[in-house]
Ligand binder design. Structure first.
Ligand code: ADP
Ligand code: MG
Length: 335
């Protein structure tokens, strides 16, 4: 029973998840923290804090402490992890013991970034901290046989960045990261609506637009959506109707940058593995994988079969948690 005090954490730019062997995903909350600027105390973490985005009075600020996959605000990240680890420990019934934690870092992160993540997790109450590379965790979580000598290709399309990696024999053989993720698509939608309609919409509205009528493929049956924002000419609330065609145009540049990373990674593939890729295909993970038409678009443009992971938002956390049990060679212990 003692050894069960082990969890995998996906500390993502958009969402933080915790996986345990016995209970699966026990925490899945946005990586958002609300802070009282006067007392400097944390008021809310996760869902509760995300509800406050764009709606708070002056004495409360809502922070997303990670940007582009790495820690941007160290103290707030540690506070957030403290809440998350405490909540997970309670849910798992090991509140009195410090858990061992496997946490991911993006492949492109520097040693300083990695150290910051390790320290934050340890300071937040972990006993041992193991670091696992994010694409490796994503691939394990997606059920790929990463310890076999075959090409396992994974595209992890997250909130702040997208990582593309080829994994074979338990290690990353090629990898490219772009600092483009779902957040950038939201920004592009905000800019587009501002330019075309002179209306300012909030981040959460932009994200809803992306999820409801955002398409990666140009050819699709048109969808429409009514949204509200602030008219920049007279300052009053205004309702506009958006088309999925115009939203596709607004986000396509960002998607092309992701495509570049995919192409660059496939080009770096060792010749022996290239054939495998065509046979075995590529798995899509991360929340961005859920964008409508994503599989279809990528399959068309790179001419390699693409499949969506079963639970794209959970793969990294699940893979991190599973890595603790079955692949010690992948992990580096930080003491
Ligand atoms: P991270 O690992 O960076 O925390 P996630 O893998 O959790 O990111 O993915 C979060 C991103 O996925 C956000 O930008 C979110 O808007 C996007 N996302 C989630 N669901 C959907 C969906 N159905 N359609 C399009 N984008 C989505
Ligand atoms: Mg992620």
């Amino acid at each position: 029973m003692f050894s069960n005090a082990e969890i995998g954490i996906d500390l993502g730019t958009a969402n933080t998840l915790v996986y345990s062997k016995n209970k699966g995903i026990v925490i899945n909350e946005p990586s958002v923290v609300a802070i009282d600027t006067v007392t400097k105390k944390v008021i809310a973490v996760g869902n509760e804090a995300k509800e406050m985005v764009g709606k708070t009075p002056e004495n409360i600020i809502v922070i997303r402490p990670l940007k582009e996959g790495v820690i941007a605000d160290y103290d707030t990240t540690t506070e957030m992890l403290r809440h998350i680890i405490a909540k997970a420990s309670k849910a798992l019934g090991f509140s009195l013991r410090k858990p061992n934690v496997a946490v991911c870092t993006p492949s492109g992160s520097t040693s300083v970034d990695r150290r910051a993540i390790q320290d934050a997790v340890r300071n937040a109450g972990a006993k041992k901290v193991y670091i696992i590379e994010e694409p490796v965790a994503a691939a394990i979580g997606a059920g790929m046989p990463i310890d076999e000598p075959v090409a396992n290709v994974v595209i992890d399309f997250g909130g702040g960045s997208t990582e593309v990696a080829i994994i074979s024999f338990g290690g990353v053989v090629a990898c490219h990261t772009v600092k483009i993720g779902g957040d950038h698509l939201d920004d592009d939608i905000i800019q587009f609506v501002r330019k075309k309609y002179n209306v300012l919409i909030g981040e959460r509205t932009a994200e809803r637009i992306k999820m409801e009528i955002g398409y990666a493929v140009a050819e699709h049956e048109e969808l429409k959506m009514e949204v509200r924002g602030r008219d920049l000419v007279n300052g009053l609330p205004k309702t506009i109707t958006l088309s999925s065609f115009e939203i596709h145009n607004a986000i396509k540049e960002a998607l092309l940058q992701i495509l570049e990373a995919v192409r660059a990674t496939l080009e770096d593939s060792p010749a022996e593995l290239s054939g495998d890729i065509v046979d075995r295909g590529v798995i899509l993970t991360g929340g961005g994988a859920l964008l409508k038409g994503m599989e279809e678009w990528l399959t068309n443009v790179i001419a390699v079969p693409i499949a969506l992971a079963e639970n794209p938002l959970e793969c990294v956390a699940t893979g991190a948690g599973k890595s603790l049990q079955y692949l010690n060679k992948l992990l580096t212990v930080a003491n």
